[in-house]
Design a protein around this ligand. Structure first.
Ligand code: HEM
Length: 472
């Protein structure tokens, strides 16, 4: 199917392949403002719900420019321009000061927040840990956690469950296990509480964060520094407990791989302080995103019984036991398509923010120095020009025989040299947990409220949503 783009060019839109379009689940659309919000309202939305800052027109245009206290905020949706910013000229774009203020207390100088040579060294050193051949090894730990979780849930079958809370605990348990292969115990729970409080407090950028230069700390920055000291103390306790374990007494885990990792160019490893920042980065970067990916996948399946039954049938025919992960990941084809479609409809990282270091021009779009450049997986994944029926839940878009999405129109894990390092692990987790749960339970919503997606750090429901699990 083709539609006319705003510039008159005919663009190919991939049509969804499922039959019986009327019966497919359509995710509720978020209400987009007609006009761009003014600076103060925009600054407030960036703190409380970034999705509400995208005007209707942004879902149809190549780009849309907003004003944020005299600075340009440019929303990009054109694949060639996204490619330019994320890949071809990526060194011209750093994380904006407001993101650095809010993320550094969480991630220290880890790979996600650092820049330049320091980032290159970290990225080179860490890359082999997430290579495709490592995923089955980590996947075994994911599956062990998932099976234990499903076993626990059997005791609560038929009861009302706050599903985000349940998958949040599981995702932290998985992040802890793949990292340390030991029970993070009480410290794991303390860490989760700290992260939750930070997310709904100091992590939200305030107006001052946009106005002050980076070298001038705001009162929030002082509180953020205190948070960093407290959180790092907890992570260090877990890390030290793990490093004190005699060699050979534990499974191979990310901690072991990270401690032994060397930069392939310089041969340098990580200092203890650096190791601590990388461990924290992986725990924080990996657990909230995956928890919300799981939540939305289960929400979609609870809303789409036909697709749910297909996943259950596929999962029931696959062996899910220790030593089977590599094969299971190959066989769970439809479940993987469901996870991919869930990441399209509800990308946990809804916005990727960049800051232009120098004037630039990308495929006809001028990007002045100091502009805030937004590449939003949410926006691109719901863009009318690139997706047919963008809000329809249609996993067949991602089945192996479907046409691949146009490059840079499907970017749940970002793109280019700064793309997600844990994407392979995250996909394995979504697929294995969904399969382990669905083959034992029928998943139902037990809530009259339709979850409204909002983006505060990650794409989350606006309030807790109750589910019920019924044994199959
Ligand atoms: C569904 C789950 C996940 C989603 C949707 C996700 C999404 C993303 C996105 C969009 C970026 C790019 C950010 C940017 O360019 O500014 C990113 C970066 C990153 N992610 Fe993930 N992520 C997920 C899971 C994980 C996991 C499990 C890990 C590690 C265990 C991880 C580690 C990282 C790291 C280290 C980076 C920074 C890479 C760099 O700056 O060089 N992520 N992720």
């Amino acid at each position: 199917m083709s539609v006319n783009a705003a510039d008159g060019a005919a663009l190919e839109v991939r049509s969804s392949q499922a039959n019986g379009a009327d019966t497919r689940f359509v995710a509720p659309a978020v209400s987009a403002p007609r006009a761009s919000p003014g600076s103060f309202r925009l600054a407030r939305l960036l703190s409380t719900d970034v999705l509400a800052s995208f005007p209707e027109a942004a879902y149809e245009q190549d780009s849309l420019t907003q004003d944020l206290f005299g600075k340009k905020r440019i929303l990009l949706a054109k694949p060639s321009v996204i490619r330019h910013v994320m890949l071809d000229n990526y060194t011209n774009y750093t994380r904006p000061p407001a993101s650095q203020r809010t993320l550094r207390p969480l991630l220290g100088d880890g790979v996600l927040i650092s820049e330049g040579e320091s980032w290159r060294h970290q990225r080179r050193t860490l890359a082999p840990l997430f290579a495709p051949r490592v995923i089955p090894m980590l996947g075994e730990m994911v599956l062990a956690s998932a099976l234990a979780w499903v076993g626990e849930l059997e005791k609560r079958a038929g009861q009302s469950l706050d599903m985000l809370h349940e998958v949040g605990q599981l995702a932290l348990e998985i992040a802890g296990r793949t990292m340390f292969s030991i029970d993070t115990g009480e410290d794991g729970r303390i860490l989760r509480g700290q992260l939750e409080r930070f997310t709904f407090g100091l992590a939200q950028p305030r107006t001052l964060d946009f106005l002050l230069p980076l070298w001038l700390p705001s009162p929030y920055d002082i509180a953020r520094k205190r948070f960093h000291t407290n959180m790092t103390r907890v992570v260090a306790r877990i890390m030290d407990r793990r490093l004190a374990q005699p060699a050979g007494s534990h499974a191979r885990d990310l901690m072991e791989l990270m401690a032994a990792a060397r930069d392939p160019e310089t041969g340098a490893g990580f200092s203890r302080a650096q190791l601590l920042d990388e461990v924290t980065t992986m725990l924080v970067g990996g657990h909230e995103t995956t928890a919300h990916g799981l939540f939305w996948t289960l929400y979609l399946l609870a809303s789409a019984p036909r697709e749910q039954e297909r996943v259950a049938a596929e999962a029931g025919a696959v062996e899910l036991a220790p030593g089977t992960v590599e094969q299971a990941l190959k066989d769970l084809v439809f479940t993987r398509a469901v996870a991919s479609e869930s990441l399209r409809l509800y990308p946990p990282g809804a916005v990727i923010n960049r800051w232009a270091l120098n004037d630039d021009c990308a495929d006809g779009i001028d990007i002045p120095r100091g502009a805030l450049v937004v590449v939003s997986p949410w926006l691109v994944h719901h863009h009318k020009r690139y997706w047919n029926q963008p809000y329809t839940f249609d996993p067949s878009r991602f089945l192996p025989d479907a046409a691949a999405p146009e490059r840079f129109t499907y970017i749940p894990f970002g793109a280019g040299p700064r793309g997600c390092m844990g994407g392979g692990l995250a996909m394995a987790e979504l697929v294995l947990v969904t399969a382990a749960l669905l083959r034992r339970f029928r998943v139902e919503l037990n809530d009259r409220h339709e979850p409204k997606p909002i983006s505060v750090i990650v794409t989350r429901p606006d309030r807790p949503i109750q589910f019920r699990l019924n044994p199959r």
